[in-house]
Design a protein around this ligand. Structure first.
Ligand code: S3P
Length: 446
């Protein structure tokens, strides 16, 4: 493999082998900082993701006076709760590439007694914000943005809020969490009806911090609550582990152990999909345990002959971020894979239907875009070529995995975009390919 900052060239290693830990779960990391910052008491967070997205949340919170101190070990932080009121930031808050930072912090800011302006990079400034501006306005918040509240930068003059009953138009955990964060400080109950279950880390964490969230099927109800700080041990991110799971299953000679992966049922769609595609005993959950209120296991992966499957419906919110790498798996499966009901992919860090299909076509895949998904006919092989991340971390990593599985050389432009969620991705790839002896970071603290 040769490297410069932005492009990496990969060829298929003879064997893929290793034992590694991926960075802490990005979704849980954001929430562990945000919720502890507005709680009362002091919390120790371990295993926090060092990805750029989580660092954006951390910087925004510090700009609002939150006291978050680095601990002695990587991924270790102490958060001194200022609950529930933070300080007016003296400058614009920058969420970088992170939709989770922008949408969750907006819910928090809507109830803070000061003015704030939230911006992000070009990708984030093109992503839909009306989905949070609408419910926040219904709660009485003064919030607007470009194009009548559709796009960031967002301007929020926080104040008193009232609880609402709200039908979520999309199964989005970011929108749900934004409303729940605002609901913590609202007068009266906040009731949310979800079209399908999306990740539930916010509900779990606020409950552990003393709030009462009542669940009735897909409906959630939260009353005004003050939170008490809670120590959080962040499990490994299944969305990052997914790259090694697919690499290990599709490489002909592999044995990959990913340690300490979070297996919250609202996140395990990729495991269910790969098992439905015939992964069988080649994908084993080892030492299943509960850590910090979340199910965790080590994942042991060896080669498997996958077959195509149909992925859609309620499964989609549980696998949303893993669709680019699932599409790579489908190229190596026998038969056809159809992904439907996934139009939300079009408003992620890139239009992930267009970018995944476009980049896999460059490598010779038999793949077609649909309005709400894609159809992939597995050919069992791809051919190395130059490809592009489109500024999207998950695309950069999915294309890198193609390189590990592909004849010839694959050149990934925008390789450093992986740092948004997985800064040590390329070092870990070298480790598994036998080009490096040790993981760059201690286990569980990437
Ligand atoms: C996230 C929710 C998901 C996911 C994103 C992280 C979160 O987005 O794609 O990477 O931490 O809440 P949705 O808002 O579409 O569920």
């Amino acid at each position: 493999m040769t490297a410069d900052k932005m492009a990496r060239t990969i060829s298929r290693p003879a064997r893929l082998e290793g034992d590694l830990a991926v960075p802490g779960d990005k979704s849980i990391s954001h929430r562990s900082l945000i919720l502890n910052a507005i709680a009362q008491g002091t919390a120790r967070v371990t295993g926090l993701s060092n990805g750029e997205d989580v660092m954006s949340t951390l910087a925004c919170l510090r700009a609002m006076g939150a006291e978050i101190a680095d601990g002695d070990n990587p991924g270790e932080y102490t958060v001194v709760g200022k609950g529930p009121t933070l300080e007016e930031p003296s400058d614009i808050l920058d969420a970088g590439n992170s939709g989770t930072s922008m949408r969750l912090l907006s819910g928090l800011l809507a109830a803070q007694p000061f003015l704030s302006v939230l911006t992000g990079d070009a990708s984030l400034r093109s992503r839909p914000m009306r989905r949070i501006v609408d419910p926040l306005q219904r709660m009485g918040a003064q919030v607007t943005g470009r194009q009548d509240g559709s796009l960031a930068p967002l301007v929020i003059r926080g104040g008193s809020l009232r609880g609402i009953e709200y039908d979520l138009p999309v199964a989005s955990a970011q929108v749900k969490s934004c409303i729940l964060l605002a609901g913590l400080s609202a007068d009266g109950d906040t009731v949310i009806h979800q079209p399908a279950l999306s990740r539930d880390h916010t509900e779990r964490m606020v409950t552990a911090m003393g709030a009462t969230v009542e669940e009735d099927g897909l409906a959630l109800s939260l009353g005004p609550s003050s939170l008490r700080a809670v120590d959080i041990s962040v499990p490994g991110d299944i969305s990052s582990a997914a790259f090694w799971i697919v690499a290990g299953l599709c490489h002909p000679d592999s044995r990959v152990l990913v340690r300490g992966v979070g297996l919250n049922p609202s996140r395990t769609g990729i495991i269910d999909a790969l098992l439905a595609m015939g992964a069988g005993d080649s994908l084993q959950l080892v030492d299943e345990r509960t850590e910090g209120g979340e199910p965790v296991a080590d994942l042991l992966v060896t080669p498997a002959q996958l077959r195509g499957a149909e992925i859609g419906g309620d499964m989609i919110p549980r696998i949303l971020d893993e669709i680019p790498i699932l599409a790579v798996a489908a190229c190596f499966a026998e038969g056809e894979t159809v992904i439907r009901d996934a139009a939300e992919l079009r408003v992620k860090e890139s239009d992930r239907i267009a970018t995944t299909v476009g980049e896999l076509l460059r490598l010779g895949a038999d793949i077609e875009a649909r309005e709400d998904g894609m159809v992939i006919r597995g050919t069992g092989r791809l051919t190395g070529a130059a490809c592009e991340s489109h500024g999207d971390h998950r695309l950069a990593m999915a294309m890198a995995v193609c390189g590990v599985l592909t004849d010839g050389e694959t050149e990934v432009h925008g390789a450093s975009d992986a740092s948004v969620s997985y800064p040590s991705f390329w070092e870990d790839l070298e480790l598994l390919a036998g080009l490096r002896q040790e993981s760059p970071l201690p286990s569980g603290e990437g």
